[in-house]
Write a protein that binds this ligand. Structure first.
Ligand SMILES: Cc1cc2nc3c(=O)[nH]c(=O)nc-3n(C[C@H](O)[C@H](O)[C@H](O)COP(=O)(O)OP(=O)(O)OC[C@H]3O[C@@H](n4cnc5c(N)ncnc54)[C@H](O)[C@@H]3O)c2cc1C
Length: 133
């Protein structure tokens, strides 16, 4: 809040948007996608430096078997498709939340996935999101 009580716009983005989505995990990304499909504008705010939430942070190399339409897909590839489907298609800005470090592409470490699913090893390249501050 500013001294006169008005809300401060997100740094570098004074454009009014219909919806602000907190979190750039799969749910936040698909929320912004559906906003775009309904002709609502949106922005996404996240405290992490990359899109994808747990998929990017905890298990980017793991195979996922329960996404409709994909018999199996590597987590980071799903994030890339969600990025293309949402951020690119509807030009959604992604902002760091207050107190988080600047958004920059960083390599997330791989970790074993759920015990019910085997860990994947596909070597597709990691792509970072377009982010604005
Ligand atoms: C090892 C592992 C394997 C898994 N495997 C599968 C699987 O095979 N299939 C499956 O369906 N599910 C799987 N899951 C579960 C799946 O990852 C989650 O259900 C999914 O990530 C939830 O998506 P989400 O967008 O709701 O939240 P998240 O992925 O947790 O993303 C939330 C995002 O919001 C941000 N955020 C939260 N609060 C704030 C805030 N106040 N300000 C700014 N940013 C904020 C976080 O930084 C994060 O980026 C797995 C989970 C784990 C840990």
């Amino acid at each position: 809040m500013t001294e006169n009580g008005s809300r401060r716009p997100l740094e570098g983005d004074s454009e009014v948007r219909d919806i602000t989505v907190i979190g750039a995990g799969p749910v936040g990304l698909i929320t912004s996608f559906w906003a775009g499909m309904r002709e609502a504008s949106s922005r996404i705010v996240d405290s992490l430096p990359e899109l994808g939430g747990q998929l990017t942070t905890l298990y980017p190399e793991k195979w996922i078997y329960d996404v409709p339409g994909f018999p199996r897909i590597i987590a980071k590839d799903l994030v890339e498709l969600l990025r293309e489907q949402t951020i690119e298609q509807f030009d959604v800005p992604v902002h760091p939340s207050a107190g988080s470090s600047a958004r920059s592409p960083t390599a997330a470490t791989s970790s074993p996935g759920r015990s019910s699913s085997p860990a994947g090893t596909a070597p597709s390249s990691r792509r970072s999101c377009r982010a604005t501050t």
